[in-house]
Design a protein around this ligand. Structure first.
Ligand SMILES: *Cc1c(COP(=O)(O)O)cnc(C)c1O
Length: 362
């Protein structure tokens, strides 16, 4: 008998974006003091921006609706039209933002490939293009992602990031940090957030992943860079009004949902163990596994009450988060341990739905 979740709703491990605001977070949102943020008059947004800037040791921050917009705004402060950003081949900025950096900023990208999304300095140096005048595309910035989403939540080593910082300074180029899940890296390693902030000229950080806010990301950087992002956010239609209600969710998350990410990491190791993969390789809250047929396996998991993502033809991803407690993790683990990885040979055994084939990859 393959495992079934015996009680309760499906255990949703598709992404840490699926969390609903907690009752306490909703209360903080309801109480928020607000004003028109396009006029710079929302005190709660300002508090959030100042707090996040300080956490990363930067001068300023800008509240944005999404991490994708924060990445686009941050990167465009360091790379201009017809100039180049270097990044790892599976980086979110390259793969999962629908070409926004090309569409809005007009930049080009070249990529290096490294397991775990690592900083491969020799590979970066081989790509690096100095400004040789009106003949070649010049490299202006290098992007790193920490934790690395498509590398299974891998943490990029601080020493590697510091070496990248030194390299970028020597070459006169900038560093962008896609820190959508930087909080997970911080909790997993104990590296202070400002140490991660120090390696980057600009960064984007998300409140809507592991921190459990319904919406919200921030750009952090110098006062000048952030002033420029404020103009471009408005130009892109991202000027928001009484969004203190959303910023309050972020402030609440910073107070209550950072240290608890350690629980998500422990839960991910429980799932890895049940799945027969090495829990020692689980760095944070993401577990990936190769299976013979990922969409079909995901459909079979769904039938057994566990929601997962097929992030490739043969790769399945599970992500732990605030809305999956230990009891739910144990129920999911029982299913993972019992369900054979091989597809059921009977085609009618399980219906593969479009959502099983189209990966949810955030
Ligand atoms: C989720 C994510 C983003 C931003 O995603 P949005 O859905 O636009 O908020 C950026 N980078 C990484 C690595 C992510 O995982």
């Amino acid at each position: 008998m393959t495992g079934q979740v015996t009680s309760g709703p499906p255990v949703d491990l598709r992404s840490d974006t699926v969390t609903a605001p907690t009752p306490a977070m909703r209360e903080a949102m309801a109480r928020a003091e607000v004003g028109d943020d396009v006029y710079g008059e929302d005190p709660t947004v300002r508090r959030l921006e100042e707090r996040v800037a300080a956490l990363f040791g930067h001068e300023a921050a800008l509240f944005c609706p999404t991490g994708s917009m924060a990445n686009v705004l941050a990167v465009r402060t360091v790379v201009g039209v017809g100039e180049e950003l270097l990044c790892e081949a599976s980086a979110h900025v390259a793969r999962a933002e629908l070409g926004a950096h090309a569409a809005y900023t007009g930049l080009t990208m070249r990529t290096w490939s490294a397991p775990g999304g690592r900083v491969d300095l020799p590979a970066i140096d081989a790509l690096f293009a100095p400004d040789l005048g009106p003949y070649f595309v010049p490299t202006r910035a290098i992007a790193v992602e920490n934790t690395h989403n498509f590398a299974g939540g891998a943490v990029v080593d601080l020493a590697e990031l510091q070496a990248l910082r030194a390299y970028a300074d020597a070459r006169g180029v900038r560093v962008h940090l896609d820190g959508a899940r930087i909080w997970n890296a911080h909790v997993a390693t104990g590296v202070p957030l400002d140490a991660y902030g120090a390696v980057a000229d600009v960064a984007a950080v998300c409140l809507s992943k592991g921190l459990g806010a319904p919406v919200g990301s921030l750009v952090v950087g110098s006062a000048d860079a952030v002033a420029e992002t404020r103009v471009w956010r408005k130009r892109m239609g991202g000027g928001m009004r009484q969004v203190g209600v959303l910023a309050a969710a972020g402030l609440h998350a910073l107070d209550h949902h950072v240290e608890r990410l350690a629980d998500d990491h422990a839960h991910a190791r429980v799932l890895a163990e049940a799945w027969g993969t090495d829990p020692g390789e689980v760095a944070t809250n993401i577990v990936v596994r190769e299976v013979p047929d990922a969409p079909r396996y995901v459909a079979r998991l769904r039938a057994a009450g566990v929601l997962a993502s097929a992030v490739g033809a043969r790769t399945v991803r599970l992500v732990t988060h605030l809305d999956v407690d230990r009891a739910a993790v144990d129920r999911a683990a029982a299913v993972l341990a019992a369900l054979p990885l091989d597809p059921d040979p009977r085609p009618e055994a399980v219906e593969v739905r479009p959502e099983d084939v189209t990966p949810a990859t955030e």
